[in-house]
Design a binder for this molecule. Structure first.
Ligand SMILES: [Zn+2]
Length: 257
């Protein structure tokens, strides 16, 4: 009974965090203040009241429309809220202890940062520095207490150096920009938690995944050869398996290597 109460509390907390992540996803690319400013309708600028801002419920109640001008509110908002609520529900520890709750907060924070990165890169083709720095701090705190310094330091150096070197070579040989700076920074940051081998696995597999999805789209002329496909989502999908499902990922690596 008591456990279910905490689980419900964590899930509601997740829905509310999802609502905040929507604000971040909307405002970070516009370089707007996301702490003090109250939310406004993006069409008519009407102030959004607290009761119009209840995760999922308000969107359903307003039937996905602004109460003043009737402009439609993207279903992406309640979807993000539901996803984050679900993440909190699934990650919440089976046994509550100080250690399990600390680990819950860590993994939940990583999942939230990944989600914001994922959606912003899909929509705007950028991986904001602020999110990379936030992730770097989270990973560094975790890794300092978990691994030897060689693990996270070499992971970081390789995560930066390898893709940066390939991009440089590509540029020298073909005068074309290979990977974006944001992608390279994300790999450097991921190297801190994945270690040198983990980050190489990520680079290799996310490039594979990118080609598996990108090449058919070029073949079917959905996109042209010169369209810049946001690469962050592929990196983040592979990293999510590595961080949240390490056993499945290890079995997969053993299968293909
Ligand atoms: Zn409006």
């Amino acid at each position: 009974m008591e456990y279910n109460f905490y689980l419900a509390f964590a899930t509601i907390f997740g829905l509310l965090v999802g609502s905040f992540l929507n604000v971040l996803i909307y405002r970070i690319p516009l370089k707007k203040n996301f702490v003090n400013d109250r939310s406004h309708c993006t069409s008519c600028d009407k102030l959004i009241y607290w009761y119009e801002n209840i995760p999922v419920i308000s969107w359903l109640f307003l039937k996905g429309k602004c109460s003043k001008c009737g402009a439609s509110i993207s279903p992406l908002y309640p979807t993000i809220e539901l996803i984050v609520g679900l993440i909190a529900f699934l990650l919440f520890p089976k046994l509550i202890s100080l250690q399990s709750l600390t680990s819950f907060i860590f993994f939940f924070s990583v999942a939230c940062a990944f989600l914001v990165h994922f959606v912003i890169d899909l929509k705007h083709k950028i991986l904001p520095n602020g999110i990379n720095i936030y992730l770097a701090i989270l990973f560094l705190v975790h890794s300092i207490f978990t691994y030897s310094y060689t693990y996270w330091l070499f992971g970081f150096l390789l995560g930066f150096g390898f893709p940066a070197g390939v991009t440089w070579l590509f540029w020298v040989l073909r005068k074309k920009e290979g990977l974006g700076g944001g992608d390279i920074k994300l790999w450097a940051v991921l190297g801190i938690i994945l270690g040198p081998f983990g980050v190489l696995h990520n680079i290799f597999l996310s490039c594979m995944l990118g080609s598996l999805i990108g090449l058919p789209l070029i073949g079917l002329k959905v996109i042209s050869r010169n369209t810049r496909i946001p690469f962050g989502p592929f990196i983040l999908i592979i990293a999510s398996f590595q961080i949240f499902f390490p056993d499945i990922f290890k079995s997969f690596i053993r299968l293909i290597l």
